[in-house]
Design a protein around this ligand. Structure first.
Ligand code: SF4
Length: 140
């Protein structure tokens, strides 16, 4: 089975997924990706610019571009990628990417990287990323 392609901001969104999304197909695809990464942390993940394996099932994607209004996804991608220190096309195991997220992203300052995202105020991502940090503390 091949790896997964994710745009940078989706590396964080995955932790905030609570079964909600833009359509039933979107939700089913996202749930499948989240389950797969959870079950196989060594899955290779490539960071891509533009549409990825989440966008591929999204009703806002057309002609390979995100057409969701009022959402600056490319800017959020750039901010998240810079915060994580990943080059364009960085590829690593999901577990290594989780380590970098734990090291570099403060769940309580997500507005630094995610401002402009309509999901931010729901706090799903803050909660999910806090749980990720707590898991790491338990592992130590
Ligand atoms: S809203 Fe845009 S960035 Fe988000 S999943 Fe849909 S196409 Fe991708």
């Amino acid at each position: 089975m091949g790896g997964i392609r994710l745009r940078a901001h989706h590396l964080l969104c995955i932790h905030g997924f609570r079964g909600q999304g833009y359509s039933p197909l979107f939700v089913a695809n996202m749930a499948r990706l989240v389950d797969r990464l959870g079950a196989s942390p060594e899955t290779p993940v490539r960071i891509v610019s533009g549409a990825d394996d989440v966008c591929s099932a999204c009703p806002h994607m057309s002609d390979g571009m995100c057409n969701r209004p009022d959402q600056s996804v490319d800017e959020i991608d750039l901010r998240v990628r810079a915060a994580l220190g990943f080059d364009e096309d960085h590829t690593g195991s999901w577990s290594s990417i989780l380590d970098t997220i734990r090291d570099r992203i403060d769940p309580f300052r997500l507005e630094d990287v995610c401002s402009g995202c309509r999901w931010l105020d729901l706090d799903y991502c803050t909660t999910g990323l806090t749980e990720l940090a707590d898991l790491s503390a338990t592992d130590d």
